[in-house]
Design a protein around this ligand. Structure first.
Ligand SMILES: NC(=O)C1=CN([C@@H]2O[C@H](COP(=O)(O)OP(=O)(O)OC[C@H]3O[C@@H](n4cnc5c(N)ncnc54)[C@H](OP(=O)(O)O)[C@@H]3O)[C@@H](O)[C@H]2O)C=CC1
Ligand SMILES: O=C(O)C1=N[C@H](C(=O)O)C[C@H](O)C1
Length: 265
């Protein structure tokens, strides 16, 4: 069976890589793109895509679904639009693979309930790279023994959300095995706001944004006279693509929402 795929955010850094990936995958066909520019045109008319890529661009998701009948919507847009896209796709019984980060906990909960009610598969993956999933799993394991931990996530300077979805997910996974506790000196004072980073159950998350970076993270554990560093680097967006393919294939067999690839790998 060929999986009919639509991509929201096809012009973006991740979206354009996903377009390439879907187009060269034998078991998938790209049927539409969702955008708010170039509406009514075809991807073939955009300079960044090959001239034979005859894929229509829509701005209205419900029209896209009615006219092109996708099995799966891949969302790679931004934190402002991803929730509405995912919800609307589910309401139309279209499965979703979501790489976009920046969901609130309430939005995740609401989408999870809706997916269960509609029996509609949805994968929300803060990180598609296998190395990053392993970094998070190893960090969770290490935190059982070394509960003093800080997370440093480093990304390109075009990123909208901070902390990153991966940074937040890492902290959430660690929190499953670590009792909440404030780190550092009990009387510490920030003489410059934000100096100690974001606080998640006493763990600190530091966000670095610099041109030249792609996606990187260090999880640093401190103990008596020792330090353990677990680090992952994505040097390009290709690093995420085998995860995207895995999710598109897997979501076809699912009837609920899964948040994080570690739960299905
Ligand atoms: N899960 C993972 O492994 C990964 C996740 N990400 C996440 O994926 C998302 C996209 O990242 P990236 O590709 O770097 O970002 P980009 O800004 O390069 O791409 C986003 C694209 O979405 C478009 N867009 C914005 N709003 C809409 C909308 N309402 N409908 C359709 N398209 C829209 C943007 O258009 P315009 O620029 O014109 O506004 C742009 O083309 C981010 O949330 C990022 O954190 C990134 C890498 C890996
Ligand atoms: O915006 C990005 O680039 C990335 N976003 C995701 C995140 O917020 O964790 C995944 C990866 O780190 C790249």
């Amino acid at each position: 069976m060929t999986i009919r795929v639509a991509i929201a955010g096809a012009r973006g850094k991740m979206g354009s890589e996903a377009v390439k990936t879907v187009c060269k995958h034998e078991g998938m066909v790209l049927v539409a793109a969702l955008d708010y520019k170039h509406v009514g045109e075809s991807l073939s008319q955009l300079e960044m895509f090959p001239p034979n890529l005859d894929v229509p661009i829509y701005t209205n998701l419900s029209q896209l679904i009615t006219e092109t009948n996708p099995d799966v919507l891949i969302d790679l847009t931004n934190p402002h639009s991803v929730y509405e896209h995912t919800k609307e796709a589910m309401l139309h019984n279209v499965r979703t693979v979501v790489g976009t980060t920046g969901f609130t906990d309430e939005q995740l909960e609401e989408l999870s309930l809706l997916a269960r009610e509609k029996k509609c598969g949805c994968i929300i993956a803060p990180n598609f790279a296998i190395g990053a999933i392993l970094m998070m799993k190893f960090a969770k394991e290490a935190a059982k023994y070394l509960p003093h931990v800080e997370i440093i996530e480093l990304h390109h300077d075009r990123k909208l959300d901070a902390p990153s979805g991966t940074g937040k997910k890492t902290a959430q996974m660690i929190a499953e095995v670590r009792e909440a506790s404030k780190q550092g000196h009990p009387n510490e004072i920030e003489t410059m706001m934000g100096a100690r980073g974001a606080d998640f159950e006493g763990m600190r998350i530091h966000s670095v944004r610099l041109p030249g970076l792609v996606a990187h993270q260090e999880v640093i554990f401190g103990g008596d006279g020792q330090m353990l560093t677990i680090r992952h680097d994505s040097f390009n967006r290709e690093s995420f693509m085998s995860g995207v393919v895995f999710c598109v294939e897997t979501v076809m067999t699912m009837e609920e929402l899964v948040y994080g690839l570690e739960n299905i790998l």
